[in-house]
Design a protein around this ligand. Structure first.
Ligand code: NI
Length: 190
């Protein structure tokens, strides 16, 4: 069982997302409890230049913040789009959905919308995901281990679900307080 054995979209910037001379912009990543993180994203139906530009910006933003993945909901864009960059895996996921999941794993998880927070979270060990690429072409991937975790995390985002939803209410409250305290400190010492 390979990390993935179905066609994977290699989306290194400049490869399948050609630089069309547009200005690249870094997007503003929303931090919990920003309400946009809770809004389920709308299905992508138009695969045009605007979508490609947005995906490129999303990709660059993920890299700029040293993230493994980033979902459109995290930059308050109402589209089912997410990107993942982990080891040799560079994925653009448009309208992704988990069609199969098996097993279980427990491991550390972080999120650009929860800065400084790492929590042990249960996820399926293996998943099969169907999605479309930036041009609307369908593909599917099978992943296990950390990549399966990242796929679940990103698809959760597109449904308005967050990593803390997988924690016990007590743990969730601890994380929430930690983030509020940090936000307060940052306001006091900008
Ligand atoms: Ni996240």
């Amino acid at each position: 069982y390979n990390t993935y054995n179905a066609p994977v979209v290699q989306c290194a910037t400049g490869a399948i997302l050609p630089d069309r001379g547009d200005t690249m912009s870094l997007l503003s990543v929303r931090v919990y409890p920003d309400p946009s993180l809770r809004k389920p994203a709308a299905e992508v139906t138009v695969f045009d230049r605007d979508l490609n530009t947005f995906i490129r910006d999303l990709w660059e933003t993920m890299l700029a913040f040293d993230g493994v993945g980033l979902a459109a909901t995290q930059v308050a864009v109402d589209l089912r789009v997410s990107v993942i960059s982990w080891k040799e895996n560079r994925l653009i996921l448009v309208n992704p959905r988990i069609v199969q999941a098996e097993g279980e794993q427990l491991g550390d998880e972080g999120c650009l919308s929860f800065p400084g927070i790492f929590e042990k979270i249960h996820r399926p060990q293996k998943v099969r995901v169907e999605a479309q690429d930036a041009d609307g072409k369908p593909f599917s991937i099978e992943a296990e281990g950390f990549l399966a975790r990242a796929l679940c995390h990103e698809i959760d985002h597109l449904d308005g679900r967050l990593m803390i939803d997988h924690l016990s209410p007590l743990k969730r409250e601890i994380v929430r307080k930690k983030l509020l305290r940090r936000a307060r400190e940052e306001r006091n010492n900008p």
